[in-house]
Design a binder for this molecule. Structure first.
Ligand SMILES: NC(=O)C1=CN([C@@H]2O[C@H](COP(=O)(O)OP(=O)(O)OC[C@H]3O[C@@H](n4cnc5c(N)ncnc54)[C@H](OP(=O)(O)O)[C@@H]3O)[C@@H](O)[C@H]2O)C=CC1
Ligand SMILES: CC(=O)[C@@H](O)[C@H](O)COP(=O)(O)O
Ligand SMILES: [Mn+2]
Length: 379
């Protein structure tokens, strides 16, 4: 039987690559629903190719524009609530959450509560509301299959032994981004285009800037904490500029299991969609002898303060990671618009964290209220 899939954020980098994968496995997967924020032109092309029963369009003006494409066999649901509606459709087996930012939180929880398995690319949902996401999965018995390359790697390395008590630590690998060897002075003058030029991955703008500041790795530390039930002390970051080892698990006997593969997000996407099976792929493995040497070094928390801020937010807990996330989303947007410099990103986030007194064990409304108030404060 085909797995019936809803893709939230199908017009983004992960969403498009997921459709590329699904196209090659038409006998395995069926697309039931697709969503966009406002890219209706691309959405219309996707509808013509995949014939979903539903599309969700968050921006209501764009939803009206979609009417001009005459795709009347597909039901259109518009507005912010479309994500939750499509994530909980009875005819969906698996929800790929590939929207960017806090917008992923509510539909991820809703999908899990509705008993759907979730292929999770959206790391911000775990950062802002990890305890709620994990609780929803635990209560319903639904599974979260990570799509983020490092967490997919850890998930794969843990197959057969995922008991945190048997694990010394995990190593999250980080490319180091385009500014890995820059001095603090160099970092003061980097441009938006330089920051968008990731050495190894072609991704959406927000995650690309996060990679350049190392906030991406900070968010991934928090993501790993929730996904795998690991303590802060068990989660280490190691700079690995080649991005060939996607992450590693060190067990209590000292054995380290690593997952390697090409720098191609279609691999973790395929794994998440096909899990618990593995499907044959044309992407192929690595030419080990032809590869440049694999190197590892420690991250520099001084030049890249965002990484330290993320560890700090996780240590404080409660609503603090949601503050970190909201401040980062605003700061990245401002940097992309040329309103602040690269090194003002961590300053803005740190100020937001200092201004907030964390509320422990927050419910969803509290997290969303804190998220809104930080955005209002910083905009
Ligand atoms: N790209 C990658 O390789 C990787 C990404 N990730 C994570 O996956 C997630 C998606 O990343 P990526 O694909 O790069 O992001 P993109 O910016 O490329 O795509 C984001 C998608 O979400 C939609 N969207 C944007 N804002 C909203 C909103 N407020 N409400 C609903 N939908 C919205 C966009 O619609 P529209 O097209 O209209 O803007 C688009 O479909 C992120 O959390 C990222 O950290 C993790 C690992 C790798
Ligand atoms: C592909 C992926 O998972 C990204 O999150 C990636 O990790 C970004 O690269 P960095 O290692 O530079 O953050
Ligand atoms: Mn990643």
């Amino acid at each position: 039987m085909k797995k019936r899939i809803a893709i939230l954020g199908s017009t983004g980098s992960i969403g498009q690559q997921a459709l590329n994968v699904i196209y090659q496995y038409a006998e395995n997967f069926e697309v039931v629903a697709l969503t966009t924020n406002r890219n209706v032109e691309l959405l219309a092309q996707q509808v013509k190719a995949f014939h979903p029963s539903y599309v969700g369009i968050v921006d209501t003006e764009s939803a009206r524009e979609f009417g001009n494409y005459g795709l009347s066999d597909t039901e259109v649901i518009s507005g912010k609530d479309c994500l939750v509606k499509l994530a909980t459709l009875p005819e969906v087996d698996l929800v790929l959450v590939a929207v960017v930012g806090i917008a992923g939180l509510e539909p991820t929880i809703a999908a899990l509560e509705a008993g759907k398995n979730v292929a999770l690319a959206n790391k911000e949902s775990l950062v802002a509301g990890g305890h709620l996401v994990m609780e929803a999965a635990r209560k319903s018995g639904s599974r979260i299959i990570p799509v983020d390359s490092e967490h997919s790697a850890i998930f794969q390395c843990m197959a057969g032994c995922d008991d945190p008590r048997r694990i010394n630590r995990v190593y999250l690998t980080a490319s180091g981004g385009p500014f890995r060897n820059y001095t603090k002075e160099d970092l003061r003058h980097v441009t938006v285009n330089e920051a968008l030029n990731h050495p190894n991955w072609k991704m959406g703008k927000k995650v690309t800037i996060d990679s350049a500041t190392l906030m991406n790795k900070g968010l991934e530390v928090i993501e790993a904490h929730w996904l795998f039930g690991l303590s802060i002390e068990q989660i280490k970051v190691v700079i690995h500029p080649q991005s060939i080892v996607h992450s590693m698990v060190e067990y209590i006997d000292g054995s380290i299991i690593a997952q390697m593969g090409k720098t191609d997000m279609r691999l973790p996407i395929l794994y998440a969609l096909s899990w618990p099976e593995r499907l044959e792929s044309t992407i192929g493995g690595l030419d080990l002898a032809a590869m440049e040497p694999l190197t590892f070094e420690m991250p520099d928390f001084d030049r890249f303060p965002c990484l330290a801020l993320a560890y700090k937010a996780l240590e404080i807990g409660g609503t603090m990671p949601a503050v970190l996330n909201a401040a980062d989303e605003v700061a990245v947007e401002k940097f992309l618009k040329g309103e602040i410099s690269f090194m003002e990103i961590p300053v803005m986030i740190e100020q937001a964290m200092k201004s907030h007194k964390a509320i422990q064990n927050p419910d969803l409304n509290t997290i969303l209220r804190v998220d809104h108030s930080i955005r209002r404060q910083l905009m």
